[in-house]
Design a protein around this ligand. Structure first.
Ligand SMILES: Nc1ncnc2c1ncn2[C@@H]1O[C@H](COP(=O)(O)OP(=O)(O)OP(=O)(O)O)[C@@H](O)[C@H]1O
Length: 263
């Protein structure tokens, strides 16, 4: 599968106050290295999705900027360089799996590539379901289809917002094991929002732990575990140590939060 040059993401003084006055993000300076997967972990409502939407170019910052390989997100998005997958896979119910995935390329104004589409379907383990409509797929299969769709434009940037949130624990773990090998060879710079510390350690090369709203980085933890990571790795001492560090940082962020301390 051909790929595009890896793209670093740089956030400079990035801040967001929503129209209703809610400050979701304090000025944030962070760089996401090309080809790395970074997990964003933080309390509910702290601003993780807001950050993802700014990186996707779906929202405009109140201050500062996002640069993806030197260009603003909107320019990269227009080239199909950015793909997103959410908790709700939102496949079009009237289209077959194959056509749902092919549609991503059409929407990004990229030439049709049936071979790539079939290759992706195989990679996410959905071979034989090409002509099936979403209603006849299980939740885990739909989620895998959504990831295949996200990869169909061969994105340089992959943004995953709680992509496994609605799935049972076993399926989550299987996907956490099976999916990184799909995007790693593409050199995709991946940001993953998750509420699960174990999922963050299993999937990522780096974990940013965020404080309660407005989000600021309370810990920046490398995850130096080799890939692929079988599910048993969650029992290893190295894995548990990183998970414990992330949990402690989460708790510290909450304890230090002025808004919560005032309550
Ligand atoms: N479009 C919007 N208009 C106004 N306020 C918003 C908007 N989007 C988000 N917010 C507010 O900004 C804050 C951060 O929301 P955001 O969705 O980024 O948090 P999150 O960390 O992703 O939360 P969760 O983990 O629960 O999904 C919240 O207080 C939310 O209510």
């Amino acid at each position: 599968m051909p790929d595009r040059p890896p793209a670093p993401i740089t956030c400079t003084g990035l801040a967001k106050t929503h129209d209703n006055g809610v400050i979701a993000l304090e000025p944030l300076d962070v760089t996401f290295a090309p080809g790395q997967t970074t997990a964003l972990v933080g309390p509910s409502g702290c601003g993780k999705s807001t950050l993802l939407r700014l990186v996707a170019g779906l929202d405009q910052p109140s201050a500062g900027q996002v640069s993806i390989a030197g260009l603003p997100p909107a320019r990269q998005a227009a080239k199909g360089a950015i793909a997103m997958a959410f908790q709700d896979p939102s496949l079009l119910p009237w289209l077959t799996l194959r056509r749902n995935i092919a549609l991503a390329r059409k929407l990004a104004r990229q030439p049709a590539d049936p071979r790539l589409v079939d290759e992706l379907i195989g990679l996410v383990g959905l071979e034989g379901f090409q002509e099936t409509r979403p209603a006849a797929l299980s939740g885990g299969m739909r989620q895998r289809a959504a990831i295949a769709r996200a990869l169909a434009t061969r994105p340089q940037v992959l943004l995953l917002d709680e992509p496994f949130g609605a799935l049972d624990e076993l399926t989550r773990r299987q996907l956490a094991r099976d999916l990184p090998p799909l995007w790693q060879p593409l050199g995709t710079t991946t940001l993953l929002v998750t509420h699960s510390v174990d999922e963050a350690v299993l999937l990522s090369d780096r974990i940013l732990v965020l404080s309660p709203r407005p989000a600021r980085v309370v810990a920046d933890l490398p995850v130096p575990l080799p890939h692929p990571r079988p599910v048993q790795v969650t029992e290893s001492a190295a894995f548990r140590r990183i998970a414990a560090q992330a949990l402690a940082a989460l708790a510290q962020g909450v304890a230090d939060s002025p808004a919560l301390a005032a309550q």
